[in-house]
Design a protein around this ligand. Structure first.
Ligand code: BTN
Length: 294
């Protein structure tokens, strides 16, 4: 007997288009049942675009070759995950901090933090591109952001790819998203339904995309500085002992005005800007104890 086909997902494409298109002319929304990677597909389209490419939200119900940062794979399963890329022309004065801005926007859309109130369970951000579910049981990777840019004629395009676990993925631990070589990733990945029971990938998409477009446009106009304190409110590395991929150890001191990670090392304060530098917290026994979460 053949397996029962999965029920169709009702994507809020029209509602997203209505919210976004007035501020982003030419914007379209497209949902594909399957593609290798939404970032790869938008890159391919950019290379062959004629005439000028338009802003687009590309959602995939299933990715067969999802990509993470630093050449890693991004595994996801239909219905258990949300995978999409937002592509648009952008001309910021500087690009540094854009993936932080995307992360701030996603976290705030899904989990606004009331000022001053204690927030035991919340979405945290790990520089430069990780979304974490932080709670009393520890910190689990909830999602990741892959920002890529490409030129078309004289224009610069950005592709912001976002992958979020909606339900706990039924994947072997070695393949699960978020299994970066980090002491923080020792726990299995987190899922958004742990914070927002019953939320679907489609609901999450509608909550995320319109504010994300606005945040990206604000970043292009004003840079990272206006987002600095919003990042600080969710910074999971702040005050923690970290190790850079070149072996340097220090303690993380948040993000600077340009989005660089500030790390206090034996040689003084270092500004980490390269997206190729990976940062991992030093296990508690080898470094200072983790900052108490609010
Ligand atoms: C990371 O944590 O390393 C970033 C993961 C980004 C995954 C998303 S899923 C949608 C888009 N398409 C991809 O192939 N990657 C990004």
């Amino acid at each position: 007997m053949s397996p029962t086909p999965a029920p169709p997902i009702r994507w809020p494409a029209e509602a997203i288009w209505e919210a976004v298109a007035p501020g982003l002319p030419g914007f379209t929304v497209e949902v594909l049942p399957e593609i290798d990677s939404t970032n790869t597909e938008l890159m391919r389209r950019l290379r062959s675009a004629e005439p000028r490419p338009e802003p687009i939200l590309l959602v995939a119900e299933q990715q067969t070759a999802g990509r993470g940062r630093q050449g890693r794979q991004w595994h996801s399963q239909r219905g258990d995950s949300l995978t999409f890329s937002l592509g648009l022309p952008l001309q910021p004065a500087a690009w540094s901090g854009l993936s932080l801005v995307a992360g701030i926007s996603v976290a705030e859309s899904l989990n606004p933090l009331p000022a001053g109130a204690p927030h035991a369970e919340h979405i945290g951000l790990k520089w430069p591109n990780d979304l974490w579910l932080c709670g009393p049981d520890g910190e689990r990777k909830l999602g990741g952001i892959l920002v890529e840019t490409a030129s078309w004629d004289q224009l610069r395009f950005v592709i912001i790819g976002i992958g979020l676990n909606i339900r706990t993925p039924a994947l072997p631990p070695a393949e699960a998203p978020g299994n970066a070589p980090s002491s923080m990733a020792a726990l299995p990945p987190g899922a958004l339904q742990g914070l927002l029971p019953g939320i679907s990938a489609a609901d999450a998409l509608l909550r995320i995309v319109p504010p994300l477009v606005q945040a990206v446009q604000a970043f292009a106009q004003f840079g990272f500085a206006p987002f600095q304190s919003r990042f600080a409110a969710r910074d999971v590395l702040a005050g923690r002992a970290v190790q850079l991929s070149d072996g340097t150890q220090g303690s993380a001191h948040g993000a600077g005005e340009d989005g660089a990670l500030l790390v206090h090392t034996a040689a003084g304060m270092k500004e980490i800007t390269s997206s190729e530098v990976s940062v991992r917290p030093v296990p508690a026994a080898a470094g200072t104890s983790p900052k108490a979460r609010p």
